[in-house]
Design a protein around this ligand. Structure first.
Ligand code: AMP
Ligand code: GLY
Length: 407
């Protein structure tokens, strides 16, 4: 089998690595770290023509929202990743919330606003009833779209920022105000072929930048698979209440959803509520999942892309922990262009490259999240030891990482 992976981050490196156990893999556009292991080429159309892939796996949400999967399908390629219609879950929170309501998916009470005065009035009324709110920009805002102010004054200020001062540009022109759920968060990634899905083992990510879940939110500072507290009953309930109904509602709306449905959920008193759907694998969740699962991943994605009946999901064969090594300053303004020194990792660990560049000789830091050190073992504790051993061997100026992943 020949697979082309689209994207340039740690998620795509992990996907390429896992898929290469069962297929020949190339990447577009990739990065200099991925290019150490895989052919990378920035011209996607040229690569499609030359490589003639059996399957194209689109990693990130942005090209999906822009309709890349539709464009490639129109060329007759089998593509894993939803079309522009299904990708609206991530491109428009207003669309996603409306579909949840139609599908009867449990989610927090919400309202959508296009004018700041209506939004402020609604916020004042909810706080008078003792509720707390989350403010979300409806458009895709690179993970910065959900804001959780501490009080009503903060909510009013945030509405002003998004809708009047346009701090997130057009993404904040439409705002969703929703009731704040109090519970424990988890995410379930389901591989969908249109009508059906199978879910991968659950991984937990660590969103805050600092140890003990302190500091601002990031794209994710680490992950562990499996996430033991997410019980089989909770997974079954999530599939039944949050995954199956939304797929059904999409089909009724004429959306043939082939790709990952990432359900971001909150367990409130043991019951799952949907916070959001994403349309791609989680980063850095997939780094740990890819390292932890057994065979059959490439076949599963191929069948999903072709709309064929799905085999069971690959089995969990080991535990995995990923620690993200980030640039100084991340998630704010961060340093760039520092030389990365890395050893060859031991057998139970590997590096997945994200924000890296090259000076022609060595790898340089380029993004906020530079790479992930992923370790495996027969227990989470063993995997954790392997991941941190590999993390400690990397050095670059200002390197920061959390010390409490999977603890
Ligand atoms: P989102 O941009 O919708 O993915 O939200 C980002 C993060 O904000 C989530 O992962 C949660 O931690 C938090 N969040 C979003 N919506 C809610 C909610 N209704 N209640 C509590 N926390 C939320
Ligand atoms: N790590 C969270 C995400 O990929 O959305």
């Amino acid at each position: 089998m020949r697979i082309l992976v689209v994207g340039s981050g740690g998620r795509e490196h992990a996907l390429a690595w896992k898929l290469s156990q069962e297929a020949e893999v190339v990447v577009s556009r990739g990065n200099p770290g991925i290019a150490r292991e895989f052919e990378c080429e920035s011209d996607l159309d040229a690569l499609c023509e030359r490589f003639e892939p059996d399957l194209v796996v689109v990693g990130p949400e942005a090209p999906l929202i822009e309709g890349l999967a539709d464009r490639l399908r129109a060329k007759g390629l089998a593509v894993y990743g939803p079309g522009e219609d299904g990708a609206r879950h991530e491109g428009s929170k207003a669309f996603s919330k409306a579909l949840m309501a139609r599908a009867g998916v449990p989610t927090s009470v919400f309202r959508t606003f296009e004018d700041p005065s209506g939004a402020k009035r609604y916020a004042e009324e909810r706080y008078a009833e003792g509720k707390q709110l989350v403010v979300k920009a409806s458009g895709a805002a690179m993970g910065k779209g959900a804001i959780l102010p501490p009080d009503l004054a903060g909510v009013l200020e945030t509405i002003e920022d998004l809708m009047v001062r346009k701090t997130l540009g057009e993404a904040g022109a439409t705002v969703v105000l929703e009731e704040r759920l109090m519970g424990r968060e988890f995410s379930l990634m389901s591989v969908c072929n249109g009508p059906e899905f199978v879910s991968l083992p659950v991984a937990q990510d660590y969103k805050r930048v600092g140890d003990g879940d302190t500091g601002p939110n990031t794209g994710g500072m680490g992950s562990v698979c499996p996430a033991d507290w997410v019980t089989p009953e909770l997974i079954a309930r999530t599939e039944e209440r949050l995954v199956a109904p939304i797929l059904r509602a999409m089909r009724e709306a004429g959306i043939d959803y082939r790709g990952t449905l990432f359900t971001g959920a909150m367990a409130v008193d043991g019951e799952p509520y949907c916070i959001e759907y994403n349309v791609r694998f989680g980063d850095p969740e997939i780094q740990s999942i890819a390292a932890a699962i057994g065979d059959g991943f490439a076949e599963l994605l191929l069948r999903a892309a072709r709309g064929e009946p799905l085999p069971p999901a690959p089995k969990l064969e080991r535990c995995a922990v990923s620690v993200v090594l980030a640039s100084a300053g991340y998630p704010g303004e961060y340093r760039k262009g520092d030389l990365i020194s890395l050893p060859t990792p031991q057998e139970d660990a590997r590096y997945f490259f994200a924000g890296v560049g090259s000076d022609g000789v060595g790898l340089l830091t380029q993004g906020g999240r530079v790479l992930a050190a992923t370790g495996v073992g027969t227990s989470v504790a063993e995997a954790r030891t392997a991941a941190y051993r590999a993390a400690k061997e990397v050095s670059f100026e200002g390197l920061q990482y959390r010390k409490d992943i999977a603890l």
